[in-house]
Design a protein around this ligand. Structure first.
Ligand SMILES: Cc1cc2nc3c(=O)[nH]c(=O)nc-3n(C[C@H](O)[C@H](O)[C@H](O)COP(=O)(O)OP(=O)(O)OC[C@H]3O[C@@H](n4cnc5c(N)ncnc54)[C@H](O)[C@@H]3O)c2cc1C
Length: 498
């Protein structure tokens, strides 16, 4: 138990109250910013996150397609948040809502504990893995920078291997990509990836155009306005993408996938799993009311029976006042606005300002379809093609908390120059398991592997306990992944063999 925990912290001993925010994504980032704006140094804000950056996820498909460098969409927390917000690098693994304590494992495997006076849970979501045989072994997810970098290299590798392949069947399999899930992730990755591999194949002297198959249980972009869904479907089909709606994958093997309705076997070396997300497993064991895995909160984002605990973003089931009886969707727009409100309401609970309830007016949605194509409905105005593309890019630039000039320069360079197709191979397949609680972090330790952890420096906080020095174990991660043998492409019978 730390010194701070014993004393209880908070205002009664003259120290500023401590607010701990779990997660530095859309919701956590905005919560920290809004609270800091309202209270400044009157509050001690600690943001715990495994990465030291905010990840602008909507542009992740452009990283996989080689348009943007990964650092463009990774905005350093220290650069974008007020100085009074301290970032504690680590992954939260202990939460005691009654005892007001939190524990996290830092990137070098050292465990820290701290007391909090207010807690904001904004841990986001992870891949939803359905019980389909072979998927965990053979599919790749798409939720973090490691996965986008892996996919970019993988696609280049498949095209280059195909270019050297004499066997027409193997060449066709290497030039086939199957994407499962017709939400915004699957649709945008398909749109960008198709154009990327088409150009790549031509540049490697291949006459064949790579085949992309988008498998969707319902219509693509079914949860969004009909205008967006219809236009995305039309653009993809006109390009030559094989869109299979009302279809599912019922088995994945080392040489392809089988579709459930038609029973068709599609030979492929690339299976992308974009069937959606589920809330972060962190909240599974908290003993609070959950709805589809999300923490139920009231309209002020407070967790029932825990007046000092707030939750927001994908991890929270927030009543949607625009659709009574339902919860807000898992989107960046909701997460960002809920984060801002959480910051405001935490400040109010500490005596600064007044709390408010969550009410959201839909401002529309943008779907980037690669090239100069997009679909958008800003404030209900239906746009397609180039105007939608301009609106989509403008929207992203305004929404990003930093790196705007660099991002715009990358976009300009992409129009003026051919894409860079060097395959660095820095992220190996064991580092990006589909079934992962931390898709944003490569699944191997970052710390110096030798020597007792307890001899290392303490955490960001004097008095925080380093309670263990174990190598960080994450679900899906393995000791193998950290070993040179485990990281060799092709050593594993699963994706490594692809
Ligand atoms: C490829 C892709 C494209 C998308 N495109 C769009 C789009 O165009 N429009 C849109 O509205 N939405 C889009 N989304 C969805 C949107 O990104 C999410 O709804 C949004 O990120 C949710 O915000 P959040 O803050 O709840 O979670 P996140 O942004 O995921 O942030 C969660 C944070 O919590 C951290 N965390 C997780 N577990 C722990 C732990 N145990 N301890 C400490 N920290 C932890 C994570 O590292 C991360 O920093 C997209 C998602 C993806 C994957």
């Amino acid at each position: 138990m730390t010194e701070e925990t014993r004393r209880g912290g908070g205002a009664e001993d003259g120290r500023p109250p401590k607010v701990v925010i779990v997660g530095g994504g859309f919701a956590g980032f905005q919560a920290a910013r809004s609270l800091a704006k309202r209270m400044g140094d009157e509050v001690d804000i600690v943001l715990v996150s495994p990465t030291n950056y905010f990840l602008y996820l909507p542009l992740l498909p452009e990283v996989a397609a080689g348009i943007l460098e990964p650092r463009r969409i990774s905005v350093a927390l220290a650069a974008a948040l007020p100085r009074c917000v301290r970032h504690a690098p680590g992954e939260v693994d202990e939460l005691d809502l009654d005892g007001h304590t939190i524990g996290w494992l830092d990137p070098e495997g050292v465990h820290h504990e701290a007391h909090w006076d207010r807690l904001v849970i904004a841990a986001g979501s992870v891949h939803k893995v359905l019980p389909v045989p072979g998927v965990t072994e053979y599919a790749q997810g798409f939720r973090g920078v490691p996965e986008a970098l892996y996919l970019r290299d993988h696609l280049i590798r498949q095209v280059e291997l195909a270019a050297m392949c004499e066997d027409p069947e193997e060449r066709a399999a290497r030039l086939t990509v199957v994407v499962v899930g017709g939400g915004y992730t699957g649709t945008e990755v398909t749109a960008q990836g198709y154009l990327f591999t088409k150009e790549l194949a031509a540049s490697r002297g291949l006459e064949e155009v790579p085949r992309w198959v988008l498998v969707s249980r319902g219509e693509i972009l079914a949860g969004l306005a009909g205008h967006l869904s219809r236009n995305a479907d039309r653009v993809l089909r006109e390009r030559g993408v094989d869109v299979r709606t009302h279809e599912e994958v019922d088995e994945a093997t080392g040489d392809g996938v089988r579709l459930s309705s038609s029973g068709e076997h599609i030979p492929t070396r690339t299976l992308l799993w974009c069937v959606g997300v589920r809330p972060d497993p962190l909240i599974d064991d908290l003993g609070v009311q959950v709805e589809q895995g999300r923490m139920v909160v009231d309209t002020r984002l407070r967790v029932p029976d825990h007046p000092h605990v707030f939750a927001c973003g994908d991890a929270a089931a927030v009543p949607d006042r625009a659709r009574p009886g339902e919860y807000t969707a898992m989107t960046a727009q909701h997460a960002e606005r809920q984060g801002r409100l959480a910051g405001r309401n935490v400040a109010a609970s500490l005596g600064t300002g007044r709390s408010r309830t969550y009410k959201h007016r839909d401002l529309g949605f943008v779907v980037d379809l690669g090239g100069f194509d997009a679909a958008a409905n800003p404030l209900g105005v239906r746009l397609t093609g180039f105007p939608a593309h301009v609106v989509a890019r403008g929207y992203h630039l305004i929404s990003m908390p930093g790196n705007r000039v660099r991002t715009a320069v990358d976009w300009f360079l992409d129009v003026a120059l051919p894409r860079q197709t060097a395959q660095l191979g820095l992220v190996r397949s064991p580092a990006v398991p589909l079934d992962s609680a931390s898709p944003e972090v490569p699944q191997h330790g970052l710390g110096f592997p030798h020597g007792p952890a307890s001899t290392r420096e303490s955490g960001p906080e004097a008095g925080e306990v380093q309670s263990s020095g174990t190598f960080p174990g994450r679900s899906g991660g393995s000791a193998e992944a950290a070993s040179p043998e485990g990281s060799v492409e092709g050593s594993s019978p699963a994706r490594g063999a692809r």
